[in-house]
Design a protein around this ligand. Structure first.
Ligand SMILES: CC(C)(COP(=O)(O)OP(=O)(O)OC[C@H]1O[C@@H](n2cnc3c(N)ncnc32)[C@H](O)[C@@H]1OP(=O)(O)O)[C@@H](O)C(=O)NCCC(=O)NCCS
Length: 191
């Protein structure tokens, strides 16, 4: 989306049937701390962080950066979605020159199992596709992270490759709003 590269952030809120996706605000701080301190959330992403350290280090307005959406339900944050430029030097890339956009998602455990993550991610991908038709989005997740794998496939991500990183088997998938003629996805698996 245009906002990813411009100084226009946060973008206009995105409203779905049940949720609002918006930039972060000071009132989200406690929920950010919950998210990073949660052992369930951290299980597949390097672990939880100590709550007292988070209380000291999390800024007044956490997550105030381009590409990060707070997901709000009934006025309260339930998770975050990120659409970031995938860092160069990671174990695998869709394109050798890197720079592709990557989707990430973190939701508070009490918000799991209601389809909120799927609803929010679909809306963010829809906004991205409207701004950049045909541009792929990648997603990397541990294969052992079953809820994340289910979500990725439900959103329409298809496998590019599997690889090992951080001592775990990882899955790289790709999603594209436009399927080029004669191709099942916009991406070609790496050889
Ligand atoms: C990955 C994660 C976002 C998935 O959350 P989730 O709530 O399971 O995902 P969804 O929004 O797709 O919800 C799916 C579940 O909601 C259920 N559901 C209930 N009501 C629903 C509705 N109205 N619409 C859709 N699904 C609904 C579905 O049946 C499904 O249940 P199932 O997984 O038992 O089959 C969540 O587990 C998480 O935040 N994990 C920690 C962070 C993490 O690991 N992130 C990935 C890093 S790569």
């Amino acid at each position: 989306m245009a906002e990813l590269d411009s100084s226009t952030w946060p973008p206009a809120p995105i409203r779905t049937q049940r949720l609002v996706l918006r930039g972060s605000e000071a009132r989200d701080r406690a929920a950010f701390i919950e998210l990073f301190a949660s052992p369930e959330v951290g299980a597949h992403i390097g672990g939880a962080r100590p709550r007292d350290a988070l209380e000291r280090s999390v800024p007044e307005v956490p997550g105030r950066r381009r590409g990060l959406f707070v997901v709000e339900l009934d006025g309260a944050m339930i998770g975050t979605i990120t659409l970031d430029r995938r860092a160069a030097g990671l174990a695998d890339h869709l394109r050798p020159d890197a720079g592709e956009t990557e989707l990430g998602y973190l939701f508070l455990p009490e918000a799991w199992g209601f389809g909120y993550a799927a609803e929010a991610c679909a809306a963010a991908l829809g906004r991205f596709a409207a701004a950049r038709p045909g541009e792929p989005v990648v997603l990397c997740t541990r294969i052992a992270n079953s809820p994340s794998m289910r979500l990725a496939r439900k959103l329409g991500f298809t496998e590019v490759t599997r690889f090992e990183e951080y001592g775990a088997d990882q899955w790289l998938g790709v999603w594209c709003s436009v399927t080029p003629p004669g191709r099942s996805t916009a991406a070609r698996p790496r050889e």
